[in-house]
Structure formats: C-alpha cells, structure tokens
Design a protein around this ligand. Sequence first.
Ligand SMILES: [Zn+2]
Length: 227
Amino acid sequence: MSFLFGMSVNGLAISGHRFGFQSGPSQKKKHMLMLGGVHGDEVEGVVLANALLAALLQKDTTEFQLTLVPSFNVDGVLAKTRGNANGVDLNRNLPTKDWSPEATTPRYQPGPSPLSEPENKALVDFIEKEKPDFILSLHSWKPLLNINDPDGSSVCQQVATAIASRTGDVIEPTIGYSTPGCLGTYAGFERGIPTLTYEIERGLSPKAVIEKNLAACFDGFKKFASI
Ligand SMILES: [Zn+2]
C-alpha cells in the first residue's frame, strides 16, 4: 500500500510504501522504517531503495512491518543536491540535544532552527505516532555500516553483521566526525530506536549497487525478523 508520507518544500509528494501490515489484530509485528535519499546527491541509496521496492511489490509480503520511503528528500534527489530545496541538510536539522545553528562545513547546513524543514516534520510525526522498532537509512560514501544502538540493544549490530557478511563492509559505531541534528542521534540515542546508517559505496553504477547490496539487504531483513 502506498501513502503520502509527507510533502517537500516544493510541494512534491514524499511517497511511502507499506508491507506486512495485513496481519490479524492480535499480532503486533515488529516495524522497520527504511529511508532512501535523505541526501539527494547520494543516488546509490535511492537506487537500492527502488530495487527493494520492485522486489517487495512482486512478493508483497514481509515477516515484519516495513515502511519504505525511497526518496525522502525528493526535491534534493531531483535536483541532485545534498540538501532540500531550502539548501538544508536534513540529517543536520533534527531536534536533537546537540543541534547547532553553525554549519561545520558549507555543505552541512542545519537550517534556521531545529525541525524547520517540512520533510523532517513529516519524519518526526511518523516516528512519534508509529514508534518504529528499527530505522535503516540508506546513504552513500565509503562503504560502511554505522550503528546507533541505544543502551541494551544490539539490533543494529545484528542486522549490520548480517549485511556485512555478504558485502564485506565494515561496521562502525561512529563515522569519525560530529553530526549534530542527525537521525542516528535523534532516534537512536535520544528515542531508544536502533538506527542503522547504511553507507553504500559512492560512485557505483545502479547495476553494481544492486549486485552488491540487494541480497545483503534481504539478509538484514531476515535477521531483523528473527530478533
Ligand atoms: Zn548521506
């Protein structure tokens, strides 16, 4: 089922897709939120999200509840920019305790205030209402899996291990520089929702992205369902 996850600065639909929500009333399955295209110039994540969408639409079943948002920053994806149409880096604009109005580099614009951007308002509304059990966010950079497991949880670690066993990617608890206002901090550390940032190798062709990561992603799904 498709639904309107939110609206972009330019007034475009941010589409969401639901899988595994058909179960009976007594069965509360675990719920994963998966985002692609938080940074519009990281097309590899959008490619993988859309390949997953194609596979899931043919299967139309998952062992858990999945909400998939393939192009979260839809204006940025269309314009091939990191930020949204206001030039704001959505992964520096969430209302975390460490949010800062200062951009650490010109590319990482946090916006005029925390949660100033409509895309992030939709995301925070969703997280508050639906309280997903796990968040997986697709980006591209050097290939790594950045785990943000809250205290007492090893969900990210377990899912990342399943993915990495196929891709060979490294698993890192930090990415080596500070990221105020990011989703890993907002959801992972401040809301207790394990949040995995999946950095796909930058510059791969769509075919190579899929060959390297699609089956690995399904391995991660299988692990999540089993936890
Ligand atoms: Zn990114």
